[in-house]
Design a protein around this ligand. Structure first.
Ligand code: NAP
Length: 318
């Protein structure tokens, strides 16, 4: 089968198309013919070899090159155990564990990581969804359920994770403030945000509003900076670990206002929840651009600008 492989640690040129064997399906796994594969910042971070943190450095050693990157896939079931909940031809999508490999024509997926593609979605839309939407959903599971009217602030509202976070929080009845650059104000409003703050002209951490949850989808702020704008029992959740975050987590037991870190995990159950929101018309993946599999290097270059709006997807079939 064709796969887009990271040859060795380095720039986007290290992404090369190779012929590799179709993976062998183990018991409890489903073989999926991939029609579209979503891309996420973790893919280029693995390619570059993460150098920020000691822990991440250690983790990056477990990813041996050459490897097939990609965590998000949508496609068609080719083989499944007879007693599984899936049959050949079913349209499915999934988040794969990091480093498992989605930029390829076939992959194997654990049944409990899989979900049927929402009836309203194309393969491209489904492939844009898993990792980013589950990050937002799992971040919102921290610090208690979102209740109708809760004030939520989302920093990085125009990115892959943020664009889902805005829609999910609105679907749960929250009053959402999105933070993005001036270029993306209309985009974030169209996603459903009640209010939008342009971070280039206003420091959201100086706001007079108090939020029950601050979700730092971009990972550009910190608990210490956001503490002021948290409500009495509010929580700050970030997508990025760092020394400051570790200290904030350790000091949580001393405070009512909490810091938290989301580390997204594959979950068919959470995807089913997302599928429900998509079928109800409450969430729609925002796709900025699609590329062919062989254009993966260009797709990585674009994502690495850190300025993309919504998601980028690789298409493997027409
Ligand atoms: N811990 C986890 O499990 C987990 C899971 C998923 C993602 N992540 C991490 O979370 C981060 C975001 O992921 P993503 O998929 O959303 O990335 P992304 O799609 O590349 O994010 C791009 C967006 O970031 C926004 N942005 C850039 N600088 C900003 C700033 N200073 N303030 C606010 N927004 C800013 C940009 O908006 P403007 O153009 O308007 O500036 C752009 O729309 C990445 O670092 C990723 O690795 C972690």
């Amino acid at each position: 089968m064709r796969a887009l492989v990271i040859n060795q640690s380095g720039g986007p040129e290290q992404l090369q198309i190779r012929e590799v064997p179709i993976p062998e399906r183990k018991r409890g796994e489903i073989l999926v013919r991939v029609h579209a594969a979503g891309i996420n910042p973790v893919d280029y971070k693995i390619r570059k070899g993460i150098t920020n943190y000691r822990l991440a450095k250690k983790l990056s050693r477990i990813w041996k090159f050459p490897l097939i990157p990609g965590s998000d896939i949508a496609g068609e079931v080719k083989q499944a155990d007879r007693r599984s909940g899936y049959k050949p031809g079913d349209k499915v999508f999934a988040m794969l564990p990091t480093g498992k490999g989605g930029y390829c024509e076939f992959t194997t997926v654990k049944e409990h990581h899989l979900c049927l593609v929402p009836a309203v979605s194309s393969f491209t839309e489904a492939a844009a969804t898993p990792l980013a939407s589950l990050t937002a959903l799992q971040a919102f599971q921290k610090g208690g359920e979102i209740k109708e009217g809760d004030k939520i602030l989302i920093n990085g509202a125009s990115g892959g994770v943020g664009s889902f976070a805005v829609q999910i929080a609105r679907a749960m009845g929250a009053h959402v403030t999105g933070v993005c650059s001036s270029d993306n104000i209309m985009f974030v409003k169209d996603l459903g945000a009640n209010e939008v703050i342009d971070y280039k002209s206003e420091d959201f951490t100086r706001s007079n509003n108090r939020y029950r949850k601050v979700f730092d989808a971009a990972g550009k702020s910190s608990f210490d900076k956001c503490r002021r704008i948290l409500a009495g029992d509010g929580i700050y959740v970030s997508t990025l670990p760092g020394r400051g975050m570790i200290i904030s987590l350790i000091l949580n037991f001393l405070r009512k206002k909490k810091a938290s870190l989301v580390m997204v995990k594959p979950s068919g159950k959470d995807l089913l929840f997302m599928s429900g929101l998509m079928e109800a018309g409450l969430v729609r993946p925002a796709i900025m651009k699609t590329f062919l599999l062989e254009e993966g290097a260009k797709a990585h270059e674009l994502l690495e600008t850190g300025k993309t709006r919504g998601k980028i997807v690789l298409e493997l079939t027409g």
